[in-house]
Design a protein around this ligand. Sequence first.
Ligand code: ASP
Length: 306
Amino acid sequence: MTGWTLMIHGGAGSMRRGKLDPAQEEAARTGLDEALSAGEAILSQGGSALDAVEAAARVLEEDPAFNAGRGSVLAHDGHVECDAAIMEGEKRRAGAVAGLRTTRAPITAARRVLENSPHVLMGRGGAEEFALEQGLEQVPNTWFVTPERRRQLDELLARGSEAFDAEIKYGTIGAVAVDEAGHVAAATSTGGLTAKRWGRIGDSPLIGAGTYADDRAAAVSATGLGEIFIRTAAAHEVCARLRYCGEGLQQTLDAVLAEIADMGGSGGLIAVRPGGEAAWSFTTPAMYRAAVGSTRARQVSVFGDE
Ligand code: ASP
């Protein structure tokens, strides 16, 4: 392997051609393009997949068009609570944070857990204390809140239901990459689900559920109804199937999402293998997604038929 590949997602959902607000579509396409460029700048200089997925995720966290960092969906009590994870495939080192309310860069906090702590997953106050000790910027929770996310929460609460939004728009962001050395890495960051309650934590920060990387198989990032991705250990399941069943990458992603659909979940997966092969799959009408590589033309897509 002498090349590199980067693939990202900005969430799977019910976006439909002609129905999606053109300004929203444009903002998402621009954001995806900028995230690709951030990762590409690293990978094309021989940088690591781990650095590239963090850089791409940071761009998407800062972009209010996506449900991660600023622009995250609101929990039931009106706060933003961010989850994030990052993992590299060579030594399978991983770091993750859950329920962060004040750390501006959740994916970087996850990276610091990977690099500078003996732990894998830190939650809530302790994770924020750690992030602060690491010198990461803290912001008021209101910094993450956008008027559109407030409107979405108010609309859901007005329906008076404990059920999640039926026309759910998943918005988690993720990045997977393989670098010139043939190592893979994955990053996922999210505000979770609108109106989530009781300190709910989704699949994104759980290693093996929403995020996994293994040089023997692939780097994987998920978006969708997190509860089902947790119960299927989706990202690890992709890697296990690749290692033990010898199926192709596309077939594997489709099979794992079919299992998730059977259990009542929908969403999407992106994955890249150490050999450079990359694929995405989703069971929603659309998924914000993009890819670029040393031997792969830049592609930014939203709708299912693109
Ligand atoms: N998977 C995320 C979660 O359940 C939601 C999403 O993909 O938007 O927290």
